[in-house]
Ligand binder design. Sequence first.
Ligand SMILES: OC[C@H]1O[C@H](O[C@H]2O[C@H](CO)[C@@H](O)[C@H](O)[C@H]2O)[C@H](O)[C@@H](O)[C@@H]1O
Length: 570
Amino acid sequence: MLYYVISLLSQIYCDGPILQAVQDSRLYPDSKYFVDMPLKVDPVRTLRDFYALGERAQDVNVLKEFVDNHFEEPGHELIEVYPEDWVPFPTSFQKIEDYRLRRWALHLHRIWRDLCRRVKDDVRQHQELYSLLYVPHSFVIPGGRFREFYYWDSFWIVKGLLFSEMFDTARGMILNLAYMVNHHGFIPNGGRVYYLSRSQPPLLTPMVYEYFLATGDLDFVQYVLPLLEKEHNFWVTHRAVPYIDEDTGLELFQFFQYKATLKTPRPESYREDMELVKDLKTEEEKQRLWSEVASAAETGWDFSTRWFAQDGEHRHDMKSIKTWSIVPVDLNAYLCINMRILSSFFEISGDFKKVKIYSQQYEKMKQEMKKLHWNETDGIWYDYDLEQKRHSNTYYVSNAVPLYSKCFDDEDDVTPHRVYDYLKREGVLNFTKGIPTSLAFSSEQQWDKDNAWPPMVHMIIEGFRTTGDPKLMAAAEAMATQWLVVNYKSYLTTYAMFEKYNVSLLGNDECSAGGGGEYEVQTGFGWSNGVILDLLNSYGDKMSASKASITGSTWFSIVAAIIFYMTLHF
Ligand SMILES: OC[C@H]1O[C@H](O[C@H]2O[C@H](CO)[C@@H](O)[C@H](O)[C@H]2O)[C@H](O)[C@@H](O)[C@@H]1O
């Protein structure tokens, strides 16, 4: 039944003549607007009425009238809810020493109320009228144009909710994702029918782990464990690739890739994807490019030069996108940590057969990380380029993700220092406003430019904070202070939290909003707030807002960074 409904909805929202006509006519400036509009009448009649228009559908006024008669404005299907577990002052905030930071934390805590949504029951009863996918519990959205849940955003939102002591909301968000696994076999990019062709970085298992650490609720772990395993199997079945030794023909290990198979433009970015293929001659070439684009959206890094050619005539050009040729270091690190957590969860549940399976998988994965991604000369993990048969050898903040997911031997205390030295050598620790995502500053893509993204900054800080090494822990604290200061100063003047921040020294200090990409920078913002709250959880007892003032040594770093920054631009 669900399959039938989804295939009907796909003819309206994912592909087909109505989508094409509305997006081509530019009725709405943002391509995502139309595909979020609920239907007023069932999809079969809507399609029939559209076909009845014939040639007249080319007239923009006729088309607008058709849309007005058959679709509602976006947002009708969601209820803004007051989360029942929200209290004005969570006791955990008492640990935040500085009253200004505590006041800020309370503001961010207040924003959870603005971002909390529940799907109307009508969506459950009449899924055929909505592009929004039904989920049973309330959830926190990222904000702005992102009106639905997003898979990997939820990890940092859950982290923030846990510090806000909103355990029921956090639990509900996890259960919603588990519901997706149960009903769709995997977790889509976000809660819309047009996101069902791809997933996003697999962080459900780490979410459950964080929830368990905060609550000690073992019953809950046991309840969701079969679905965590089911999600893991989705990645193993659909995203794992064997690495074959060329000499022996034997399979050495397996690695994971983002690989969405969408052969049409992304519905929510229809015009952008049509524009991209306009010079391509064959349908086959177009379909291949759209699959590469959808796969890049699955990475969460949409878009970045990371997925484009690194050299040659089309260097850093989106038309050279080749996601299927890249073995991403972060995805493999996420799968690795998932195996480790699954093994621990089965251990505490007493299923030792499964403990053996997942600890063996984890050990193999660590070997894969070492063989395929670790670069002994540079002392860092890199993406592996299957086409060129070599490491990408380019700085992206994702190179350090295996430090966060501890994909190296527990006794190895050299690797974290080598990673730190690498980041230092690349100059990215000289930036006084955050850790840049890449150094491709001339790129217009949002996962390059001069942007720093909260989830990535958080993983780097956590990677060093959890080493237990005093020098690296001090470095983590310095990075956390820097990030809090940038976000705080910007919040004081704009009263907004942004989805991404600008690390350019030549940029505006008062509003550090990031930019670039397919849409205007969004505010709200789920993961940004979650990261700040989690950093205040870790460092609030020793941090002061007065660090916002510039000290002598900061001036020295600023001058060094300006020189470095100029070399990237000119
Ligand atoms: O509409 C364009 C793209 O928008 C989303 O991507 C960006 O926002 C997400 C929500 O915060 C975030 O998860 C993602 O990392 C961002 O790049 C969406 O996820 C994409 O699939 C979509 O094409």
